[in-house]
Design a protein around this ligand. Structure first.
Ligand SMILES: C[S@@+](CC[C@H](N)C(=O)[O-])C[C@H]1O[C@@H](n2cnc3c(N)ncnc32)[C@H](O)[C@@H]1O
Length: 278
């Protein structure tokens, strides 16, 4: 048996251990990047074999948290992919304004920068007061950071530029307070946001959403898990609700592609079709 085949068996056993002990199921994450990250963790922990991580996952809570951090990939930013925010501002906000109340689900929100970006946009479009934003992630550490809304000040120049490029019509500095090396997002933006733990692999739907952002999350899943999660997102949307994916993600060849129409191809924005197909 080849070394690579043995490693694949070790990974299966390790992922089983993670699922059985902590309820986090990575068995349908894209295998290549998962393997790369696990090998990196093995080397960082000065271990010789992937399977040496199994007892650590079983008995060492701190080690499990490390692996969870490695596998969650929490990279995010404010107004990441400016043109997506342009589309939401210019093409989606007008539709949202026709509803009495608006529900938004921010799936895989990581440390919250993207949620606050959307809250700023909604505020500027006169929508924030009637909107409830649900922001979820399966990484509890990320959610805790998101809830606090405190970020390092060294990225703020880049964020201010991205805000203006994305159609912002004020100054980003109106939305946070500076303290030492940090910025704290204003409470007025945070008051309509509910942050919650939610695992896309096993938790249920959020009902009656008008807009769902699930950006740069599906990319880590295999085709089976992508289909499962996309079905969950489809079921969570109202008819004619909007789904926004990351710029490397699409609905092509997925189980739900006939349940949506393309709204903005470049920015991966989709709109749920009516049951009648219109
Ligand atoms: C690369 S970040 C994307 C953050 C943000 N949406 C963006 O595009 O800037 C991916 C996020 O997906 C989350 N994630 C991965 N698997 C998940 C799952 N099964 N359930 C919920 N969140 C998950 C990770 O914890 C991480 O915060």
């Amino acid at each position: 048996m080849e070394q690579a085949d043995r490693e694949d068996i070790e990974i299966e056993l390790l992922l089983d251990a993670m699922e059985h002990t902590h309820g986090y199921d990575f068995r349908h994450y894209s295998r290549t990047s998962l393997k790369r990250r696990l090998i990196h963790r093995m080397k960082m922990s000065k271990l010789n074999r992937l399977s040496e991580m199994i007892p650590l996952v079983l008995y060492d809570e701190a080690f499990f948290e490390l692996i969870l951090g490695d596998l969650s990939i929490s990279v995010t930013a404010m107004f990441r992919d400016k043109s997506v925010f342009n589309v939401i501002r210019d093409k989606i906000a007008t539709t949202l304004q026709t509803y009495a109340r608006v529900n938004v689900w921010h799936v895989g929100c990581s440390t919250g920068e993207e949620v606050y970006s959307l809250a700023i946009l909604l505020q500027e479009e006169g929508l924030l007061d009637k909107t409830r934003l649900y922001a979820t992630d399966f990484n509890k550490r990320s959610i805790a950071i998101a809830e606090k809304g405190i970020y390092s000040a060294d990225k703020i120049d880049a964020y201010s530029k991205a805000y203006l490029d994305s159609g912002g019509n004020d100054s980003l500095s109106n939305y946070y307070r500076e303290a030492y090396d940090s910025i704290k997002i204003n409470d007025s933006l945070r008051k309509n946001i509910t942050f919650a733990h939610h695992n896309l692999v096993k938790d249920g739907q959020f009902a009656e959403m008008h807009l769902i952002l699930c950006r740069n999350v599906l990319i880590y899943f295999d085709a089976q898990l992508q289909n499962q999660v996309l079905t969950l997102l489809h079921d969570s949307l109202i008819h004619r609700g909007f789904l926004v994916l990351g710029n490397k993600e699409s609905l092509s060849f997925t189980a739900v592609q006939d349940g949506f129409e393309e709204f903005d191809r470049t920015n991966r924005v989709y709109r749920k079709l009516d049951i009648t197909g219109s």
